[in-house]
Design a protein around this ligand. Sequence first.
Ligand code: SF4
Ligand code: SF4
Length: 709
Amino acid sequence: MPTLPTMRGHRLIRAALAGAGLVAGLLCCLPVTAGDLVRADVERRFPPPLHVGEKLRDLPAWPLTSELQPDAGPVGYAFESIDLAPIPGFEGTPINLLVAIDAGGKFMDVEVLRQHEPVFLGGLGPLPLQDFVRQYQGKSLKQDITVSSTYGNTRAEGGGNRVVLDGVAKATASVRIVNQSVLAASLAVARARLGFADPGSGAPAAVPKPQPFAAMDLAALIRRGYVQRLSLSNADVEKLFAGSEGAGSDAQALDKPDDLFVEVYVAYLNAPGIGRNLLGDAAWARFRSYLTDERPAFWIATRGRYALVDEAFVPGTPPPRLALLQNELPIELRDANRDYARLPAPGELTSALILTAPAHAGLDPGRPMEFRFSVSRARGMILPVVTQKQITLRYTPPAELFDYPPRPLPEWLQAWQGRLPDLLVIGAALLLLCAALLRPRWIALKPRRLFWFRSGFLAFTLAYIGWYAQGQLSIVQITGAVKSLAAGAGLKSFLYDPVSLLLIAFTLVSLAVWGRGTFCGWLCPFGALQEFVAQLAGALRLPQWHLPPRLARLLARGRYAILALLVGSAALAPAAAERMVEIEPFKTAITVGFQREWPFLLWAGGLLLAGAFVYKFFCRFVCPLGAALTLGGRLRRWNWLPRIEACGQPCQKCRNTCRYDAILPGGAIDYDECFECLDCVGIYHDIRRCGPQRLQAARGRPVEFRRRR
Ligand code: SF4
Ligand code: SF4
């Protein structure tokens, strides 16, 4: 029977401790602050084979890796729009959406987390908005995504790179805000992490440098590269249309091929050395006071026949003939002409505009970008055939105007950096555990001391390692590794979860030194939870059913069958394995803290209840991870738990004490079943509890036992 302290009132202490453990659990299960997701919430939305990594330190996003592509690094990112683009809705507070994009910039999912739009709260209800955001799935950030302005769900056609989402009747403005939030947040993540084509794009955005002002005219600005230009003759444009319906339809171009069609000038206006020179002091001052949110602004002027905007252009809107792209990502430009800019058109320039990009759009003003100008030609009077071509001006901002922050560390290293405090705390705990197992005498000698040490450590394992640091090792890590290896991929994805990796590494070493009991007896959060349930059951005097050891050993073989089934199906039928791993209640009880659907709660609760009557029921008879660790424990090199000749021959004291039936009738330890609770170690070192030693001492003989292995 158990050798926990027998002092009066101790049951009360145990009940208090177990209660404290359970209260800590309940506290961890309280709902998260609305609109502020934690990793577990995201994990619920992106189940295996996807794996949700730690939230990045320099970008509020969770990297998504895939068990099927472990070497690919993140296959996508999930993030809350409110963190990246808090654009106020009509009620004044930002709409919050959970957005996920894949590594190619495609939307994996968009979900409304929080919104206060009156039309969706009191009028239409939330469903139309949910339907609206569903349209993003499969669309790409590389596309020009806009919202239909038609009321009702009339489908508006896109064409080319343009995608038009169905709007929501009576809520067009609200869904436009949603679209802006989704795109701005996604572009920020895409700019920071996806880095299409441009190797430098993985670095943070360049920061404009304060510079002493030097007066320059347009010619000097062009010479310095502050203003960049592109010149096209009529002949150049004719060449653009060659072979298309538009070829030969511009009489003026054919008559005077060498005449200028257009010269386009582009400059990054926020830099004082450019903006103040182009606008003049007074307009520059007004411009600065207008542009308080540091939106990137561009001065774009033209000379020649071509006009940037036609007479139908509405001031304050995006100019339809112009698009801005960076790393192939389109970024909306909007006319920002106000009274500050009665724009001078120096020299022969015929028009000039100031255009701004949204502050949250993720444009890096210090890196190359493309301005695309559309030129169209129409052939025919009735139902004319319109042909459109694009002229591209590649604008490279002058490097001397910017500071370029260094590239961030690789993401896996950032994950490690971000978890450094947790790693240090858990590392210290592991060192303490090593000390206890290497020199167990002092801790194990006094039952009370051992009880408190063990209970304290298990409380740490449950609350800190399990619920807080999410370090519950699981059979999923084994089946995931099997799947990855079966697919011929490596195991790099483990790097993205440093806490688990630390525990895995420690457990592997401990298997060779002490056996499976180091993890199962000390480091498994669900095992710790069962321990507290057992303590509570003891305090409540619930009946304890002690299965006959032979029957227990027979039943224990069931977990190997479960393990074989899971590993086999992981290699042969991954989809089935994903369902079957739910036999482990770890996700329900530890990862998501009991916030799951009722069948999962029922299963986890049932196992804990069984553990209240049969000590460590799940560990001993069901757990496939325990079975795998038992097999791994065969690597153990030493029989480190001390035994003497009298153990089992005839003394059965330790055997009767061991609640895991891990001591054989002959006195030897069955390390496959041992959880390293150290109860028998305490008896071995305590002459008052070890019968043969006490007997020898009573006879006045020196206690000389031959230690056996
Ligand atoms: S047998 Fe399973 S549940 Fe029990 S301690 Fe070991 S790993 Fe955890
Ligand atoms: S054999 Fe293992 S589980 Fe049993 S009492 Fe000894 S240390 Fe504890």
